[in-house]
Design a protein around this ligand. Structure first.
Ligand code: CDP
Length: 225
C-alpha cells in the first residue's frame, strides 16, 4: 500500500471570511495540525502592547522581537504558540488588539519573526504523527507555503462579514483591517495565482467545508466522516 501523503493546506482570506471555522473542521476530518497564524500576530501584538513597544519604534521593536522565545504546544490538533513559555489569553481578541494588530503585522520585522516559526509547523505536525497541516492566514498560499498541496482563498461581502463578527459579540472594524492588510508592502492580503477562490457570502459553513474537503479527498482519504 502506498504511504499516506503528508499534505499542506493553505487557507487565506480577509477578516471574518470563515477561515477559522472551516480550518478547524478540516483539521479534524483529515487528521491535520490546525495552525491559526492570525492568533500568532494577535499574540505578538498583545505582548508588544503590554511592553509599551509601538509598531513605529523600529529599534525597540526589533530588540524586543530578538529576545522573544517562540515554542509550540498542541491543544488537541491546534498549534498554540508559547511566547517565552506563555500561551495566548483571551486578550488577543480584545478591541485594542483588533484595532492594533494590522499595524504590527505590516512591519517586515514582525513578519520575519513569524516566517520561520510558521514554516516549522510542518515539523511539529510530523513529530506528532499528524497527516499534514491546515494553516490559515493572509499570506500562507503566497509566501509561507506557495507550494502547498491545496491553496484556498475565501472571501465574502463586507456586510455579511461584519454581521458574522457582530454575532460573535466582537467589536472589530474588519473593513479597516482589510484595508491595511491589503495595501501593506510586506506580504499583502491577496488571492495568489492558482489558488481556489471561494465566495462564502451565500454559503453555509458546511457548504464551504464540503467544497474544500472534496478537493483534499482526492489526495488524502478523510480520517472521520
Ligand atoms: O480572525 P480574523 O480573520 O479577524 O483575523 P486573524 O486571522 O485573527 O488575523 C488578525 C490580523 O493578523 C490580520 O488582520 C492581519 O493584520 C494579521 N495577519 C497577517 O498579517 N498575516 C497572517 N498570515 C495572519 C494574520
Amino acid at each position: 500500500m502506498a504511504p499516506t501523503p503528508f499534505i499542506i493546506v493553505a487557507i487565506d482570506g480577509g477578516a471574518a471570511s470563515g477561515k477559522s471555522s472551516s480550518s478547524r473542521i478540516l483539521a479534524e476530518r483529515f487528521d491535520l495540525l490546525h495552525v491559526d497564524t492570525g492568533s500568532f500576530y494577535r499574540q505578538l501584538t498583545s505582548e508588544l502592547l503590554q511592553r509599551g513597544v509601538p509598531p513605529t519604534d523600529l529599534p525597540a521593536l526589533s530588540a524586543a522581537l530578538d529576545r522573544l522565545r517562540l515554542d509550540t504546544r498542541l491543544t488537541g490538533r491546534s498549534a498554540q504558540m508559547l511566547v517565552d513559555g506563555r500561551p495566548a489569553g483571551p486578550e488577543i481578541r480584545s478591541a485594542r488588539v483588533n484595532e492594533q494588530v494590522s499595524h504590527y503585522a505590516a512591519v517586515p520585522e514582525v513578519r520575519g519573526t513569524l516566517l520561520g516559526y510558521q514554516r516549522g509547523q510542518a515539523d511539529v505536525a510530523r513529530r506528532h504523527g499528524l497527516r499534514g497541516l491546515v494553516m490559515e492566514g493572509r499570506d500562507i498560499g503566497s509566501v509561507i507555503f506557495p507550494q502547498a498541496d491545496f491553496r484556498f482563498f475565501l472571501h465574502a461581502d463586507p456586510a455579511e462579514r461584519a454581521k458574522r463578527r457582530a454575532r460573535e459579540g466582537q467589536q472589530d472594524s474588519i473593513a479597516e483591517r482589510d484595508r491595511i492588510d491589503s495595501s501593506r508592502k510586506a506580504s499583502p492580503l491577496t488571492c495568489p495565482a492558482g489558488a481556489t477562490d471561494i465566495d462564502t457570502t451565500h454559503l453555509t459553513l458546511d457548504e464551504v467545508v464540503a467544497r474544500m474537503a472534496a478537493m483534499i479527498a482526492t489526495r488524502l482519504p478523510a480520517a472521520t466522516a
